[in-house]
Design a protein around this ligand. Structure first.
Ligand SMILES: Cc1cc2nc3c(=O)[nH]c(=O)nc-3n(C[C@H](O)[C@H](O)[C@H](O)COP(=O)(O)OP(=O)(O)OC[C@H]3O[C@@H](n4cnc5c(N)ncnc54)[C@H](O)[C@@H]3O)c2cc1C
Length: 339
């Protein structure tokens, strides 16, 4: 074995797994495709729901320093895990170097350990997966979180989808005099709470949006959820559709929505962070689940169960016979994940 624990993904979930593993004496190798850990955090200017921090870059710097002090963890940057294979006695992760476009790629590696924590997060959804959008082919639609504040100040911006980066932009830039016209499908309705009181935001619930030919100004014909037809006009348009998980190929099991709940995995594979569920995509939950995944591997390595498995017989007594059909406890799995 190369190490005690392989960790794929160096966001808050993977980094928390690394320090937790070290705290119980486990060596780990953390495989990160970027040139730094916590790349996503570095793009969040304001954080208001994590104890002890107020912005993403400071948190990323603090996490990086914690990892640097962690003797038992080796961080492999610029390294992409392509495949994860799980066997009875080990896991194997195929890793290839990430090199700048056009330069020669070095040799890959195959790392082996008793357990792997997979915390590869989610990536932005493209317009091709959004059936409610039309006329998007060949149109430049950058993600909203990449918008340059100076370029949108004083302008009308058409935002496609009501995902959370809009709240981040609005909170981070109260000074912006931007008008955000947000066209969103019914399935995004639960996301608007964070932004609907911002006077710069106009929310338009739509069933269909079809772009017109012009790109400056942008025009789009929409059919609203009430059946009304409207034409929206803006200076610029940005995507804000949400994200989807993209774990390495192989042993990581996904549910029908594409997310990878911990309970569905091979006994040697632990998933953590945003990858687990569409519902719990937050920094604090990512860190908590990363630490929990590492502890899961630690207890498994010692043959100690982590599920309670019901009451011990001395307390609960012998099982009693019941009439009627067995009752299902917990209900069917949540198709959208559930973490
Ligand atoms: C604009 C924006 C604003 C946000 N604001 C907040 C906020 O205010 N509060 C909050 O709680 N949350 C916020 N979030 C969500 C938060 O960033 C995530 O919940 C958190 O980063 C998830 O951590 P993670 O470790 O699961 O995934 P990530 O942080 O996405 O880390 C995953 C890592 O895995 C790496 N990776 C992916 N595939 C591979 C591979 N095959 N091999 C090797 N490495 C790989 C990636 O490079 C990445 O570094 C925000 C997100 C965005 C996009």
């Amino acid at each position: 074995m190369d190490t005690d624990l392989l960790i794929v993904g160096g966001g808050p979930a993977g980094c928390a797994a690394a320090v937790m593993a070290a705290s119980v004496g486990m060596r780990s190798v953390l495989i990160e495709s970027g040139d730094t850990v916590c790349g996503a955090l570095r793009r969040i200017p304001v954080v208001s729901n994590v104890l002890g921090v107020t912005n993403g870059p400071d948190l990323a710097t603090a996490i990086e320093a914690d990892l640097a002090r962690c003797d038992l963890c080796r961080v492999a940057l610029d390294s992409r895990a392509t495949t994860i294979d799980a066997f009875d006695d080990r896991v194997e992760v195929a890793v290839e170097p990430v090199t700048p476009v056009g330069s020669a790629r070095g040799p890959g590696a195959r790392l082996t350990a008793p357990y792997v924590v997979v915390a590869t997060g989610v990536g932005p959804l493209g317009p091709e997966g959004a059936g409610w959008l039309g006329g998007v082919a060949g149109r430049a639609l950058p993600p909203l979180w990449e918008a340059d504040p100076a370029a949108v100040d004083g302008r009308t911006v058409l935002v496609l989808g009501a995902d959370r980066p809009l709240g981040t932009v609005a909170r981070a830039h109260p000074e912006l005099r931007t008008r955000f016209v947000v066209a969103y499908p019914p399935e995004d309705a639960y996301k608007i709470e964070e932004i609907r009181r911002d006077s710069r935001v106009e929310l338009v619930a739509v069933r269909r949006l079809e772009f017109g030919p012009s790109s400056a100004p942008v025009t789009a014909e929409v059919r609203t959820v009430e059946g009304e037809r409207r034409v929206l006009t803006a200076d610029l348009a940005f995507l804000n559709l949400g994200s989807a998980p993209a774990p390495p190929a192989g042993a990581v099991a996904a549910d029908p929505s594409g997310y990878c709940p911990p309970r569905s995995q091979h006994p040697r594979v632990f998933t953590a962070g945003d990858l687990r569920s569409v519902r719990f995509q937050r920094i604090a939950t990512a860190m908590g689940s990363g630490g929990e995944a590492a502890l899961g591997a630690y207890y498994a390595s010692r043959g100690l169960p982590t599920e309670s498995g019901g009451l011990p017989t001395e307390i609960g007594g012998p099982p009693t016979k019941t009439d009627g059909p067995p009752t299902e406890v917990g209900g069917p799995p949540d198709p959208a994940g559930g973490g």
